[in-house]
Design a protein around this ligand. Structure first.
Ligand code: FES
Ligand SMILES: [Fe+2]
Length: 411
């Protein structure tokens, strides 16, 4: 048994039952909307957001400070670094951080910064027993201790024990690894942070996944504008007529709030056949949900066959993390998809690659191309000119309200 399998037992029968029950409840609500003539969940009222929320450098500074540097950030999946010696660099939230899985199986996180003259120790993903600085060759073990110091006599007055790497808070939970992007010894209480969303994510078998595709998209639009596109299905018919709208119904969505975290799901085209039929005749797919782990991580558990028009029940996980770029009008999204580890026949792998490529292409060429044009409009107009989210864009409303609260923007 590997370190990971020992730490994360496979999803139990009870979890599978819970997943199915949760999905059936989501399906009931969506089919009720279809029966009512394609209604959708509604917020109490429309909600307006000033253009400056997307364009003001002071607002972006507050978001970096209050969100990206203070809150737990999803840095990696367990399956990105499953083995002792695996090292992953995460620098999207601000400081460059290296995550290292030690020989004891524990993940530790440090500033990716040599204690000599601050060079970056490593870039990207690697496997290592020691981390050797490319500048003058100081080396550190996976626990962050300084273990090699060329020309040691020059530093004889310093206590080597004080020259280890600087820790940042890290926690591994149910296949997900969170960090806080600042130095310190405080613990991350993942379940406390996720609140009731923890139970929804715990039942999924995230620890027993393996990466399919990873991709970075750079975008000339604010990170929140990009993120908003994932949380409403109002645009499906107009933006995705040949892709997503072939399998999902436009503007029929259910929305749940879990503290600052959110979940939405849209109705499938195939479910129109279930209207007027008892639920015993419905086919309920594997659990599907688009979750926001506040503030910036979209975690999608989905039914991959929905995109391929096949009848199997293959589950796919998607992770899309939006981060600020250098200015309010720039951002980047780290996209990744994962498949169950045991779906490893060549045809399974080819299937997951094809579905992953499809999802990434849709996001990049259909959703994100609109974002950049809208951002240019926002930047060319008065900062207080509002955009408006309808009652049907209820998740977007909630996300903007929670972000405004977190950064103390009460305008
Ligand atoms: S900066 Fe790392 S060894 Fe000099
Ligand atoms: Fe979209």
């Amino acid at each position: 048994m590997s370190v990971i399998e020992g730490k994360h037992p496979q999803t139990s029968q009870a979890d599978r039952g819970r997943q199915r029950a949760t999905m059936l409840e989501i399906q009931r609500r969506l089919i009720a909307h279809l029966e009512a003539g394609r209604t959708t969940d509604f917020a109490p009222a429309p909600y307006q957001v000033a253009a400056r929320v997307f364009t003001d450098p002071a607002r972006l500074d507050a978001e970096r400070r209050e969100l990206f540097l203070k809150l737990p950030m999803l840095a990696a999946f367990t399956s990105d670094m499953p083995n002792p010696g695996d090292v992953v660099v995460f620098e999207a939230a601000g400081p460059s951080i290296l995550l290292a899985r030690g020989r004891d199986g524990q993940v530790r996180a440090f500033l990716n910064r040599c204690r000599h003259r601050a060079a970056k120790l490593t870039k990207g993903c690697s496997t290592a027993r020691v981390l050797t600085c490319p500048f003058h060759g100081w080396s550190y073990d996976l626990e962050g201790r300084l273990v090699g110091l060329p020309g040691e006599a020059a530093f004889a007055d310093l206590d080597r024990a004080t020259l280890g790497l600087t820790s940042v808070p890290v926690a591994e939970w149910c296949g997900l690894i969170f960090v806080k992007a600042h130095p310190g010894d405080e613990e991350i209480d993942v379940e406390g942070y996720l609140g009731p969303l923890a139970a929804e994510l715990r039942q999924l078998d995230i620890a027993h996944t393996t990466p399919v595709r990873k991709h970075r998209i750079d975008l000339k639009a604010n990170w929140k504008f990009a993120q908003d596109t994932f949380f409403e299905g109002y645009h499906f018919a107009t933006v995705h007529p040949q892709t997503i709208a072939q399998t999902a119904i436009s503007n029929v969505m259910v929305h749940d709030q879990f503290g600052p975290h959110q979940r939405v799901m849209m109705a499938s085209q195939g479910w129109l056949d279930y209207v007027g039929h008892p639920e015993q005749e419905w086919r309920t797919p594997p659990y599907e949900g688009i979750h926001l782990i506040f503030p910036n991580t979209i975690f999608y558990s989905g039914h991959a066959d929905r995109f391929a028009g096949s009848d199997a029940d293959r589950q796919i996980f998607g992770c899309w993390r939006s981060f600020p770029g250098a200015t309010p009008g720039e951002s980047f999204t780290l996209m990744a998809t994962y498949r169950p580890k045991d779906a490893d026949e060549p045809e399974d792998i080819a299937f997951y690659e094809q579905v992953s490529d499809f999802i990434m292409k849709v996001v990049e060429t259909e959703d994100y191309s609109l974002c950049a044009e809208a951002q240019a409009n926002l930047e060319s107009g008065p900062p207080d000119a509002p955009i408006v989210f309808g009652r049907n864009e209820c998740a977007n409303q909630a996300i903007h309200q929670r972000i405004a609260e977190a950064v103390g923007d009460d305008s």
